[in-house]
Design a protein around this ligand. Structure first.
Ligand code: ADP
Ligand code: MG
Length: 435
């Protein structure tokens, strides 16, 4: 076995079997072209090559580094042109235009209150394409699992042999422009109108782009007319996207609209456990809880953190302890919190407890105002660098002793009341992720 094969087998240990089989297994190590500081691999086609370049070169380079004790750059190239064309034709026939992440499955998607409606909607669409809800429109903030869910349905359809096109608005637009330029619009239309399932990600980017909206409208009508399933995602509800033709907006609202909210603590914990399992990272319960409370609601960060932890611990030959985790996450935390102001925190607390920010800063003594004020003061103290006198001034309190009294009360509550503790953790997450 050559060193390249060895490295790919090591990589196999770190990724899911399906990703290995679909992508990594197709790489061929070129030991003739490789040198001590450069490893060359061949990929059978551009799709596989791009996928590996984006997702795995760093990991592969890292494994070489561990093995050789020196830095190695990794080059993924295509085999010579003739080879490439024949192989590409074959595999393109099989996987069509889409490049779905094979790990984005329903099994790998953790369901909680925040996403169960969207999950159920996508799941049922995947069981009855084109019949139930068409289009299905999923919206929600960054990193909450929209692409994952949409591709989970895509993977189901693809496994049934259906032609699935997954594309972002940007790719769709580029494709459109290319075909206009080459005067091959008929091919463009054929491609998009002949698929069984069309998945378009981040549809908000259609906003104010009239030409492509027009083309998309006709694609949409053609597919819908043939009972082909369409799934769309966006960062907001179609009504709020703006710069959309009325007829498109109304089409979007015709099917089913499902939103995804930021995950609750328990869902986040389940997601981290799942990602650990998939990425073969071993973490204790304490560390998982810690990461879940510390990171933003943006789930995308979880994977970054896990691979950081994994890489550091391998390079430095240490176990992943909670202290170690805290150190690794320090920069991340600092970044998330740097922009927080007293106003932002107060507004968030007010919104969460359904009162006005001005009421929090007023002298009102009703029970719920005092409760909200205490929480706001506590979070301002935790999340910003403000001193107690500064906080006293901001919240209209007599002096710093009033603040320290409040902090003591809240700390007691956190220690004695598990529900309250969770509530504070959730609020902290919400606030740090909104900045
Ligand atoms: P979005 O498209 O909404 O910005 P993604 O679908 O790209 O977000 O999700 C970001 C990352 O978080 C992906 O790695 C995805 O697998 C993961 N993720 C998000 N929600 C979940 C969930 N409920 N269960 C498992 N993984 C999740
Ligand atoms: Mg996405």
């Amino acid at each position: 076995m050559n060193v390249g094969q060895e490295i790919l087998l090591l990589l196999k240990e770190e990724i899911t079997e399906i990703e290995y089989n679909r992508y990594i297994k197709q790489l061929i190590y070129d030991y003739k072209k490789s040198t001590s500081d450069m490893a060359v691999f061949y990929a059978p086609n551009a799709l596989v090559s791009n996928w590996i370049k984006n997702k795995y070169t760093e990991k592969i380079a890292h494994l070489f580094e561990i093995k050789n004790n020196s830095k190695v750059s990794v080059k993924i190239t295509l085999k010579n042109q003739i080879d490439k064309n024949t192989i590409q034709q074959k595999s393109e026939h099989k996987i069509q235009h889409s490049l779905l992440n094979p790990s984005h499955t329903f099994d790998n998607f953790m369901v909680g209150g925040s996403n169960q409606f969207a999950y159920a909607a996508v799941k049922s669409v995947s069981e009855k394409a084109g019949i139930l809800y068409n289009p299905l429109f999923i919206h929600g903030g960054v990193g909450l699992g929209k692409t994952h869910l949409m591709q989970a349905a895509g993977n189901v359809f693809q496994n049934q042999g259906k032609i699935v096109i997954y594309t972002t608005v940007e790719q769709f637009l580029n494709d459109f422009i290319r075909h206009v330029r080459n005067k091959t619009m008929d091919r463009f239309q054929e491609k998009y109108r002949k698929c069984d399932v069309l998945l378009i990600d981040d549809i908000q980017f259609l906003s104010n782009k009239e030409g492509i909206q027009e083309e998309f409208f006709h694609t949409f009508e053609a597919l819908k007319g043939q009972g082909k399933q369409i799934i769309l995602t966006a960062d907001k509800h179609p009504k709020k996207i703006g710069g959309l033709e009325k007829r498109l907006q109304s089409r979007f609202e015709h099917g089913l609209i499902a939103d995804i909210q930021p995950p609750e603590l328990e869902t986040k914990i389940a997601i981290i456990e799942k990602k650990c399992e998939l990425n073969k990272v071993k973490l204790t319960k304490d560390i998982i809880n810690y990461i879940a409370t510390v990171i933003e609601s943006n789930v995308r960060e979880i994977e970054g953190i896990l691979s950081k932890l994994h890489a550091y611990s391998q390079l430095m030959h240490v176990d992943i302890t909670i202290e170690f985790t805290k150190n690794v996450l320090k920069d991340q935390l600092r970044e998330n919190r740097a922009n927080l102001t007293l106003d932002i925190i107060t507004q968030n607390v007010a919104k969460d407890l359904n009162i006005k920010p001005s009421e929090i800063r007023s002298k009102g003594r009703s029970k719920n105002l005092v409760y909200a004020r205490r929480i706001a003061i506590y979070l301002c103290r935790e999340l910003t660098q403000n001193t107690m006198p500064q906080l006293a001034q901001y919240f209209g309190m007599k002096d710093h002793t009033a603040i320290s009294h409040t902090l003591k009360k809240i700390n007691e509550l956190i220690e004695n009341d598990e529900d309250f503790k969770v509530k504070i953790e959730e609020l902290t997450n919400k606030i740090t992720s909104s900045s």
